[in-house]
Design a protein around this ligand. Structure first.
Ligand code: PEP
Ligand code: MG
Length: 591
């Protein structure tokens, strides 16, 4: 049994599939002049094999990804016939007698280099397609199977060192029963995606990839952060029972779906859903959330491996707005960087640095990308209650610059006679400590705030949100964090604007009473968390919540605050205890 970090609740039992990103060793040799035709034949067979693979993936994607997402594979197939590639490789094998793998790589590198120099977003975006197809061709030349979670064909538990957001977004949910990784934490984007897809997951296990082989029987206990490897039959039976009980518990909360999130004395708080991919909109409705408090638009960019067009974005936003109407949808503008990046957007290495060119900084740097997203949001704003917010704002100047680009987008649309909502609300995500310290200034020019605790905590406590070795220091209930939240809430209310929270903290039922006590107006969370949070809110009065906040603020350590709020939550919602990961235990791992 391995103990890790409970990333997504539920129990999964199945056979392991060890997923690894392989680094290919590329051979380089000269072929005999009599073997040149054979070498060209080898290249053609690899093209043929690649075509078969792509046709199969295209067929499957058409079923699973509506909205034309599968079109990308059509472009990949066309590339396999492109004379600039096929004829050039053939000619060069003949003239240089170098092996096919080497020539394919050389020709494709030249092609991508040329494509990325063209000053046209669409054309330069094709470089990633070339890269993808060529990787397949080389795999086939080397006779290696390519690992890809979208092409699984049976139910498995995925075991990996790490999963990138795009690995997770491309997972075939029908076949991935659960997953476990060596690295990661509760607020890593992989964990957030697992909760969104409602796939049980445990992360931060250290070395599970060296303990498990493909085919081993594995149990993932996503409630308590445990993974069991090759358990005996009685343990399997116990966990099957546990799985049923958990499903019953979740069903029992379903009765709350139509009830409002009000305290015993009728204080109302909005509970909204966070979504990553457009398909999750239905989950927002299913779990009784009132609208979308955070639409993480990065996945439109990461998942497709190419830049989405303005029209595609417009359709996604419009669909979301129409589906949850009359409740609102808050679109968060592109927040690439940190652990979310699209490899085809070749900026500097700095994009994946947490303190680098990420979030709003990247958008202000690449206003072509930003402008197309803002136009799409504005165009969709006529359909329902849409709002926009900017991530990673660190000063009023940055907020003003972002709003200036929005105003330019409005002017452009007006001159093109394209309608939009002129009163679209514009908010600031508060997730950088300097934004908290200047919240009074920002509040004067914003329509609302939403606190992004995932980043705010990591920047305030200097604790990387994805590093499992220091996960015990990542304390949402650190007295410093609570004071930052309270300061932001007060600044918003003093300026007469509303304030929400969309970081993972907002969806933790144990923490919700003090968030209520601090005065937040809205909490936005992974949709599956809404019923538990609602149940807790409906079990206390606003006075109880304020008193709990006062008590929490009188305690000096995160540890004491956590014990206190945990105890209070358990008094009101004892069933929850069974399903929560033991907090003290996850802390002790780090100590
Ligand atoms: C946050 O930082 O809390 C947040 C909601 O944004 P993300 O997790 O996408 O960085
Ligand atoms: Mg953030």
């Amino acid at each position: 049994m391995l103990q890790g970090i409970a990333a997504s609740p539920g129990v999964a039992i199945g056979r392991a599939f060890l997923f690894r990103h392989e680094e290919l060793d590329l051979p380089r040799y000269t072929v005999d002049k009599l073997a040149v035709d054979d070498e060209i034949g080898r290249f053609q067979s690899a093209l043929e094999e690649t075509r078969r693979e792509l046709e199969e993936i295209q067929r499957r994607s058409q079923q699973e990804m509506p909205n034309g997402h599968a079109e990308i594979f059509q472009a990949h197939l066309l590339f396999l016939e492109d004379a600039m590639f096929v004829d050039e490789v053939t000619r060069r094998i003949r003239s240089t007698k170098a092996n096919a793998e080497f020539v394919v790589t050389e020709v494709s590198n030249e092609l991508t280099e040329r494509l990325s120099q063209i000053d046209n977003e669409y054309v330069s975006g094709r470089a990633i397609d070339v890269h993808d197809v060529v990787k397949r061709v080389i795999h086939n030349l080397l006779g290696k199977e390519r690992m890809d979670l979208s092409s699984l064909e049976s139910e498995v538990i995925v075991i990996a060192h790490d999963l990138s957001p795009s690995d997770t977004a491309l997972m075939n949910k029908t076949y991935v029963l659960g997953f476990a990784t060596d690295v990661g934490s509760k607020t890593s984007h992989t964990a957030i995606m697992a909760r969104a897809l409602e796939i049980p997951a445990v992360v931060g296990l250290g070395n599970i990839t060296s303990r498990v082989k493909t085919g081993d029987l594995v149990i993932i206990d996503g409630n308590h952060g445990k993974v069991l490897i090759n358990p005996d039959e009685t343990v399997v039976q116990d966990y099957l029972a546990e799985q049923r009980k958990f499903q019953e518990f979740e069903r029992s909360l379903n009765i709350l779906k139509e009830l409002p999130a009000v305290t015993l004395d009728n204080h109302y708080i909005t509970l909204a859903g966070n979504i990553e991919i457009p398909e999750e909109v239905s989950s927002v409705l299913e779990h009784g959330a009132k609208g979308i408090g955070l639409y993480r638009t990065e996945y439109l960019y990461i998942r497709k491996k190419e830049m989405p067009s303005e029209d595609e974005q417009y359709e996604s936003y419009r669909d979301a707005a129409e589906t949850v109407a009359p409740d609102p949808v808050i679109i968060r503008t592109l927040d690439l960087g940190g652990d979310k990046f699209a490899s085809y957007l070749e900026f500097s290495d700095d994009v994946d640095s947490l303190m680098g060119l990420r979030g709003i900084r990247l958008c202000l740097h690449r206003q072509d990308i930003f402008m197309s997203q803002l136009r799409a949001i504005l165009r969709a704003s006529i359909y329902s209650n849409l709002k926009v917010m900017f991530p990673m704002i660190s000063s009023i100047e940055e907020f003003r610059l972002a709003k200036a680009v929005l105003e330019q987008a409005k002017l452009d649309l007006t001159s093109e006679n394209i309608p939009f909502d002129p009163d679209l609300e514009v908010g600031v995500m508060i997730e950088v400590p300097s934004a908290v310290m200047t919240a009074d200034i920002l509040a004067k020019e914003a329509d609302f705030f939403s606190i992004g605790t995932n980043d705010l905590i990591q920047y305030a406590l200097a604790v990387h949100r994805v590093n499992e070795e220091i996960a015990y220091l990542y304390e949402p209930l650190h007295p410093g964090v609570l004071r930052l939240i309270q300061q932001t809430v007060d600044a918003a209310h003093n300026a007469g604007i509303w304030i929400g929270m969309c970081g993972e903290m907002a969806g933790d039922p144990v923490m919700v009473p003090i968030l209520l006590g601090m005065g937040l107006d809205e909490l936005s969370m992974s949709p599956a968390a809404v019923p538990e949070v609602k149940k807790l809110i409906r079990s206390l009065s606003i006075e109880d919540a304020r008193e709990m906040k006062r008590q929490a603020f009188s305690l000096p350590t995160a540890w004491e605050i956590e014990n206190y709020v945990y105890g209070e939550a358990m008094k009101r919602f004892p069933e929850l205890l069974t399903w929560l990961s033991p907090r003290s235990q996850s802390k002790l791992i780090g100590l």
